[in-house]
Design a protein around this ligand. Sequence first.
Ligand SMILES: [Zn+2]
Length: 442
Amino acid sequence: MSDTVAATPELEKDSTTIPVAAATGSSPSAPAAVPPPANIAKLRPEDAVGKLMEYALQLPASDLFITAGETECQVLVRSLGVLRSVTSIPTEVAKKWIAHLKVAATMDVGERRRPLDGRWVYHRPGPEKTAVDVRLSTIPTLHGEDLSMRLLDLSTAQYSLSGMGMTSAQNDELITAAANPGGLILVTGPTGSGKTATLYGLLRHLNDGMKKINTIEDPIEYSVPGIRQSQVNPLIKLNFSILLRAVLRQAPDVIMIGEIRDEETAMTAVAAANTGHLVLATIHAGAAALAPQALTGLGVTPQALAYCLRCVVSQRLARTLCPACKRAFPVDDMPSLFDDVAKYLAPGEGKALYAPVGCEACGHTGYAGRTGIFEIMPVRGAIRHAIVSGAPPRQVREAATEAGMLQFRQAALLKVAAGITSTEELFRVLPAENLVSDMLDG
Ligand SMILES: [Zn+2]
């Protein structure tokens, strides 16, 4: 999963009406260009892997891949949610690298025909010896073994809610919901949409030393001091619902559930939320208004859900334009583009659009970081009535819009108007309007 919110440089003074993804421990200037490592095929496997890891971490990349081809293998990274090629290497070299990594992750070096999983802690060179948790997995493919590595940089785990990219009104709604002593807060979005970052941001906000907080994760992505973290383990049939029942016996105030995906976990989570626990969880749903149906689809009654549900967060991640090279052009061609969000625009906003160009600083991609695009649906009034009566998602969304919820499209347009991202990026990450309509009707 690639939920890491990358550092975003400061924007110009006149375009900061919306908080942008804040740098998590990095400098406010544009990131320095890091050239891909050259001639690493000739190095010893441990040296080559070290160079690759450093390159990936500096980008920063969330994943590193080695894929097998007919005559050679590709090395690729995913950075800011987009795949890019690093280099290609001879198959024999790739085999040696993969063998080296499998040994490091205590995986079976001899097994190339079955999928394998492993974990490796990479220690970066330098005085701080920062640890990076790496989740490896292999699968057999037509031309050989493919390796995938998820990089969880423990040093960048200092998530704060204010740096996620919510508008200040959205941020306030979420904080208000989290102030409830009990209830359910759901976070939804596809893989790589920043759900984990939002959950950790919430946990960090709640972790004031006066609450007992337990998490159930798959896997534990970041270690958070003061929080009791547990991980599911399919090998010993330790799943979410078994761990959740055990965690409830530990008398927590707050419980974070990595994902609700089965009936038993759904029922237990809602029961816990209805008996004084604050439960944070992710669930698979394409938009905020679809989350209630996702839970009732797992057997929870609309009444039990409406009673405990405090807020639904739905999110996507969009790349932010490189401030060093982004190019402004007048909005004349699309005069009605910002009509939908006119009342939210700050003075001067919505007059220009910005497009990516590409320069040294951004590795010629035109983008320099990522920011969240949010729907935040606080559950009260007409929204609660719609949920309790089992109304279809479209009615839930109408009630939410009536109550002032920004929809994805509007939240994204505000970022375009503020010069934070481009229209291309908006179309890339957001579900098309007709798709959302279909989902809401389904
Ligand atoms: Zn640039």
